[in-house]
Ligand binder design. Structure first.
Ligand code: UN1
Length: 496
């Protein structure tokens, strides 16, 4: 039986006004309907925003440590239910069980971290130019925040956004991807049980084009935190900018791993496999480009092809599976189209490239781990985000050449270098034009206690982390207070 998912408005699970619903299916087995979901229309979104506005008045005055304690209780529940949530996630979006566990763990980590931030939401006091005058800055919430999230990290990404929004005193209207509503509803339920008051977190389901866009452009919304494609992010950011709303967008990536001639190739191989094909390449942080020093190019390419062709494709619930299905048919078609584009552009298909439809595979959207060699930086498969298990391998003469290739796209989320040379590492850290750089580790695996975000068309604003440039900067504004207690007209402002 499908799990019934309703919208959650003002502390109650409610059917949508229209009574319409949609289905969420298992990408490993399309015959399994995981959720039957109430589709929110404009009326439901209006109610959700209204509830969030009303609840904001009280929530912002709830002491931040108390807000944090509620998140702590949510963290405890997430931890207790980790296995069950991971299994549900694998059924709803296909990633293999250990990766789903990692996703839940990011949500747990984020909840604990932000629980602590409730006791650290500090501002600054600073000496005044004048006698008998105080100056201080305090963090205040933005107000009502829209949170729009993708399907590839069904719990982690919502947690990156909702936890800091709440601890900062904002109320939230949350619209998850229409491919992962069941996982999202679990998070909402856990927050509610942990003691988040009615109206503080509201939950609406529907497509990005309709529900998402209506929500982002709603006059009752003060800020938007979005993760998804660059096209949609830029569009929503434009709408929000015109309305004076604060926005943070995490968008696409065309991340690369550099393998230098002095690299430990064993480590680099593991990084390339995990970075390229982990989550079936459906991460904004996926390593879809591999830039290899010419003197180890042939050797490394051979190792990479051999290992990739041995990866086991299948249902993510099976212990032996390395690579799960793609999320849906359109995503699968897009990836297959890119494979054709790569062939036409003259890149060499070395392994994979096919949809698997034999036996169990017929039920889902499976594409083999695919490697192209002889890729030139100008080709579309080297520049555009594919979001699937396809890696483009390029050759570099030296470090400078490798860095120029990596920096030569419109994206700038993550880059990685495998090298044993401390100078190569230092140069790469400084010169790579990405928000995140890894040394001797793949492009995936960012931790929640540091800011997460990209440069160029990968996004603006940062997620995760607390006080130092991370999510709290998105979800709070500074309020500056000057208090003059001299009791006299201090002219020093004008004549000092
Ligand atoms: C994403 O793909 O949208 O660093 C986020 C990582 C994960 C987050 C990925 N912690 O790969």
């Amino acid at each position: 039986m499908p799990i019934e998912v309703k919208n959650f408005i003002n502390g109650e699970w409610r059917d949508s006004a229209s009574g319409e619903s949609f289905m969420s299916a298992n990408p490993a087995d399309q015959s399994e309907v995981v959720g039957s979901v109430s589709r929110a229309g404009t009326e439901d979104v209006d109610l959700a925003v209204g509830a969030a506005r009303a609840a904001q008045k009280k929530w912002r005055l709830t002491p931040a440590p108390k807000r944090g304690e509620i998140l702590f209780r949510a963290a405890e529940t997430l931890l207790r239910r980790k296995d069950e949530l991971a299994e549900l996630m694998t059924r709803e979006m296909g990633k293999i069980l250990p990766e789903a566990g990692g996703d839940v763990q990011e949500a747990i980590d984020m909840a604990y971290y932000m629980a602590g931030e409730g006791r650290r939401l500090s501002g600054e006091t600073i000496p005044s130019e004048l006698t008998d005058k105080d100056c201080k800055s305090v963090r205040v919430p933005i107000g009502v925040c829209a949170v729009i999230t993708p399907w590839n990290f069904p719990l982690a990404i919502p947690a990156w956004k909702i936890m800091p929004a709440l601890v900062s005193g904002n109320t939230v209207v949350f619209k998850p991807s229409s491919y992962t509503p069941v996982c999202a509803s679990r998070l909402v339920g856990i927050l509610h049980e942990a003691g988040v008051p009615a109206g503080v977190v509201n939950f609406v389901n529907g497509s990005g084009e309709e529900t998402g866009e209506y929500l982002a452009s709603h006059p009752g919304i003060d800020g938007l935190s979005f993760t998804g494609s660059t096209v949609v992010g830029q569009r929503l950011a434009g709408i929000c900018a015109a309305m004076g709303k604060k926005v943070s967008c995490e968008m696409g990536g065309k991340n690369a791993i550099i393998v230098m001639d002095d690299a430990d190739l064993r480590l680099a191989l593991e990084g390339a496999l995990w970075g390229g094909f982990g989550t079936t390449g459906q991460r904004c942080t996926a390593a879809s480009r591999l830039v290899v020093h010419s003197s180890v190019y042939n050797e490394f390419l051979g190792m990479f092809i051999e290992a990739a062709s041995k990866m086991r494709i299948g249902n993510g619930l099976m212990q032996k599976t390395d690579v799960g299905p793609l999320i849906n048919e359109s995503q699968m078609k897009k990836v297959l189209d890119y494979i054709e584009i790569g062939k036409k552009e003259g890149a060499k298909l070395m392994t994979g490239g096919r949809r698997r439809t034999e036996g169990e595979h017929a039920k889902g959207y499976y594409i083999e781990p695919t490697i192209f060699s002889e890729v030139e930086p100008g080709m579309r498969i080297a520049r555009e985000e594919i979001f699937g298990p396809v890696v483009s391998v390029m050759k570099a003469r030296d470090l400078e050449d490798a860095i120029a290739i990596v920096n030569g796209t419109e994206y700038g989320l993550v880059a990685s270098i495998y090298t044993q040379d401390v100078n190569n590492s230092a140069i790469a850290e400084r010169e790579l034009e990405t928000g995140i750089v890894y040394v001797n580790a793949p492009t995936i695996g960012a931790e929640i206690q540091l800011p997460f975000g990209g440069t160029k068309r990968s996004g603006f604003g940062h997620e995760e982390a607390g006080g130092r440039g991370g999510a709290l900067d998105m979800f709070t504004k500074w309020k500056v207070i000057y208090r003059d207690f001299s009791g006299s007209l201090q002219k020093a402002q004008i004549d000092r």
